[in-house]
Write a protein that binds this ligand. Sequence first.
Ligand code: TYD
Length: 426
Amino acid sequence: MRWEKCVIFDLDGTLTQSEEGIWNCVRYTAEKMGYPVPDAATLRKFIGPPLTYSFREFMGMEGEEVDRAVRTYRERYQVTGLFENRVFPGIRRLLRMLKRQGCWIGIATGKPQEPSERIVEYFGLKKYIDAVAGPLGFHSEEKEDLIRRALPEEYGEAWMVGDRKFDIEGGRKVGISTLGVGFGYGSEEELRQAGCTAYAATVQDAIDILCPGQENPQGAFLSIEGLDGSGKSTQIRLITDAMERYGFEVVHSREPGGCKVSEKIREVLLDKDNVGMTDITEALLYAAARAQHVREVIRPAVNAGKVLLCDRFVDSSVAYQGGGRQLGVERVLAINAPAVDGTLPMATIYLDIDHETSLKRRSAASELDRMEMEADSFHARTEAAYRELIARDPQRFIVVDATRTPEEIGKAVAEQVLARLMEAEE
Ligand code: TYD
């Protein structure tokens, strides 16, 4: 079969950023062998050259010791270091767009084949990659040979994409177009000197060059909910880090708020002086803020292929105004229908604490807003309404016990969120 378009990528510095794992393994080796731990500048030099060279040149090791260092390094690398890796944000979108064009996608890397395949698998990228070519056994291989192995037998237009001159030189030797990328470990000067056909400073530039005029794939809309004091802010940080490590482009927003008009409505809603606000006014204001936010922020982000993570959404209205204020679930949903207009989160993370725990945590806070000042019975009804919502729509909710440590919660949530995001990519 002839492939009309092929794109071959280098791995380290092009699809992924691997320094964290490399540095941690060098530190581990130094500590285990009784060497001083290299400083940051020295650690940086370990990215790129073969390990034997680096241990000799940068840590002054000789003979037997070098082999021991390589063995010690691998001992940690194969289990942990390999996965202390990040996919550059936007790379998933690029791969998705190329696949949608019916493109052949290969990887030609100086990292041995087996760990390279494990990295691709770990980050859920296997579905995009048609061939991985890395050195087999203990021998290194010329980049041009790796590129040939990553290509199909017959092809039309073909690109080699990489961050170092070796990638560009290899691609040129094979006789295909080359794209130098400036977000990895090489400089623009290095890539231009090597004679790249085109240069991309950012992942977006690479998308513009490789997928000209193509529309972005749909991103995803996620929301996070919970009673006041459930620890949403900490979890947003942890989950975002996990999503970004996998190459998702995350955008944050919050309700009420998220854009100019809605932030102004937020001020009115949370102002402690607005004691006379009627329940229906309150519900309409939350819905009004939401109507603007959906159109100005949420939809554009999702249409641009981003993952929009929203701190609260319509479930908060159902719980707080429907339950807490006793306006009723159906009435609040009806008020919100034109605001939401069919835009609903693909998944909603619910940080589960009961209203008593919420009260304790709120009491410890320095200043409370108009909603947080409400009586405990209000929060008890809010909690009950949340539980009803979850029972109605168990598929959408990711419910986690939020009384555990932040790290435990973050890990549990991230696993489920990532699984859903990757499933939705298909
Ligand atoms: P938020 O900024 O999330 O406060 P916190 O960080 O303390 O959780 O939300 C502000 C308050 O607004 C919060 O008490 C919940 C309430 N709220 C509603 O009552 N209805 C809604 O639709 C939304 C979005 C929030």
